[in-house]
Design a protein around this ligand. Structure first.
Ligand SMILES: [Fe+2]
Length: 236
């Protein structure tokens, strides 16, 4: 298991964005069997119909993203037979001018027999997710018993609290994420060999449309557990 909570996968998903414009904010989510997702076309249809992208190109990019990330997962096929995918299409917003530095928490009860968890992200259009490089100063700041950090986590919409944290982390180096890259990062609950998790944030998207894609794999029991806590249907 890695000790780095952030990994940029070796090959970019694409060099040129498969779309250049989003019509309106829209979200797609799917929870269920991975093979069923490959057989479905609704994710690509939603993205293509809400942008200037072509359906066949979008479907190819989404499928490629799933293939690459699923191959990268270190679990066995049974452990990673299920998936949670989210595609978030947004118009420019002022919401993220101040970063919301945070760790991701626990999404589902981890199956003890499963290996590394974590999440994969990419951006089909617009700026990539921000990540801070792991450092000793960062890990000694981003702790539950640090009031500044804790308060900003509790009230993530509060820009004053976010600003305090952002100022405190100003000297921390950001990870350069080349456009079109796929990033894997560790959550709080599973973390890495040394228990660390990635500190990340939405990027400033005040002047660009954005299409963000994230995926998590798990066993049927794990993704089923997520469905149970979010009260959504697991698709077989
Ligand atoms: Fe997050």
């Amino acid at each position: 298991m890695s000790t780095n909570p952030i990994e940029i996968l070796p090959h970019p998903l694409f060099l040129t964005s498969p779309l250049s414009e989003v019509q309106e904010p829209k979200e797609y989510k799917y929870f269920g069997n991975l093979d069923t997702l490959f057989a479905k076309t609704d994710a690509a249809e939603i993205v293509a119909s809400n942008s200037d992208g072509e359906f066949t190109v979008i479907k190819k990019v989404i499928d490629e993203f799933l293939h690459i990330t699923h191959d990268h997962c270190s679990g066995n096929p049974d452990q990673e037979s299920s998936v949670y995918i989210q595609i978030r299409m947004t118009k420019p917003t002022q919401n993220w001018r101040i970063p919301r530095w945070h760790h991701d928490g626990r999404y589902f009860k981890p199956d003890p027999s499963c290996t590394e968890g974590g999440k994969y992200v990419t951006t089909l259009l617009g700026p990539p997710t921000l990540f801070l490089k792991p450092s000793s100063t960062l890990s000694s700041y981003a702790l539950r018993d640090n009031e500044e950090w804790k308060n900003a986590q509790r009230e993530s919409g509060n820009e004053k609290l976010r600003k305090i944290v952002d100022d405190a982390l100003k000297e921390e180096e950001r990870v350069h994420v080349p456009f079109g890259s796929i990033v894997w990062f560790a959550n709080m609950w599973k973390g890495t060999a040394d228990g660390s998790a990635a500190v990340h944030s939405e990027p400033d998207m005040s002047d660009s449309d954005r299409v963000f894609v994230t995926v998590m794999y798990g066993s049927e029991v794990e993704i089923g557990d997520l469905c149970h806590s979010w009260e959504v249907e697991y698709q077989v």
